[in-house]
Design a protein around this ligand. Structure first.
Ligand code: SF4
Length: 262
């Protein structure tokens, strides 16, 4: 099956349910809200998807990176009744890498399956950290057993300072970075992101084992930098020191070592 997403750090999305409630600053211009409004649907009603959608990953023999739930939050309380069934699909598909990103790390522990143990090899658990205010989420995730942990600094809304988190970062494997995309007209806008914020994360993480994936500059920074890609997602348009797209356990930093050491 062809990829069903343009998100560069994954191969496919699978939504076991859709709909959610806004819980933090990063949610302000949530694309799920935008698209549900466009289709005349209520984004706050959390609904289980059809069996065909829920179980589609069982049919994919070749391993994929799967971002779930891109139109919800895997740990939203409204989905408690269906989560065991979702874990069962994940349990049956060791060929895939399930990327579970949440803004609700405080709910993870109570929502894990009984046989979670030290974590499953095929599950990456991640938290969103859009600004310093939410850095506590990495500590919450660090306290939960997992084989792969990641940070999503997207939409990046402020400068992040990892200096107090050196020990915590030793338990992390990956960090995604991206500015917010949005429109000039209508209600689905975008907020500023600064190139220095992106560079600082790369610099702070370069001597750790945390792989870095710079996804996009976002609409504001794209305009400021005069990029052709509206959301600043074309890596070849960026300064060479931020052209880095790694995955967990594939840290190379070939492009950035020389430029950021100076
Ligand atoms: S947690 Fe995610 S899906 Fe839910 S409202 Fe916030 S951005 Fe949207």
């Amino acid at each position: 099956m062809a990829a069903n997403t343009k998100i560069e750090w994954t191969d496919n999305t699978v939504n076991f349910w859709t709909g959610c409630h806004k819980v933090s600053d990063g949610c302000k211009f949530c694309y799920m809200y935008r698209d549900k409004h466009k289709y005349g649907q209520d984004p706050t009603t959390v609904k289980r998807t059809s069996d065909a959608t829920f179980k589609q990953a069982l049919k994919w023999e070749k391993g994929k990176k799967i971002f779930t739930c891109s139109w919800s939050d895997f740990f939203v309380a409204d989905a408690d009744l269906w989560r065991e069934d979702a874990w069962d699909i994940i349990r049956q598909t060791p060929q895939h890498s399930w990327q579970i990103l949440t803004k609700r790390p405080e709910r993870i522990l109570q929502c894990l399956p009984d046989d979670w143990g030290d974590g499953w090899d095929n599950v990456w658990l991640g938290v969103s950290v859009e600004s310093q205010k939410y850095m506590h989420r990495i500590e919450e995730l660090a306290s939960i057993p997992a084989k792969t942990r990641f940070i999503s600094a997207e939409p990046l809304l402020g400068e992040l300072d990892f200096s107090k988190y050196a020990d915590t970062l030793k338990l992390f494997h990956w960090c995604i970075i991206g500015g917010e995309s949005g429109n000039d007209n209508g209600i689905w806008k975008y907020r500023p992101c600064e190139l220095e914020w992106v560079e600082r994360i790369i610099k702070d993480l370069k001597d750790t084992d945390v792989a870095i994936f710079v996804k996009q500059m976002g609409t504001s920074l794209s305009k400021k930098m005069g990029l052709k890609d509206r959301h600043g997602g074309d890596i070849v348009e960026w300064p060479v020191n931020i052209q880095v797209r790694e995955f967990p356990n594939e840290k190379s930093l070939v492009n950035i070592q020389s430029t950021l050491n100076s």
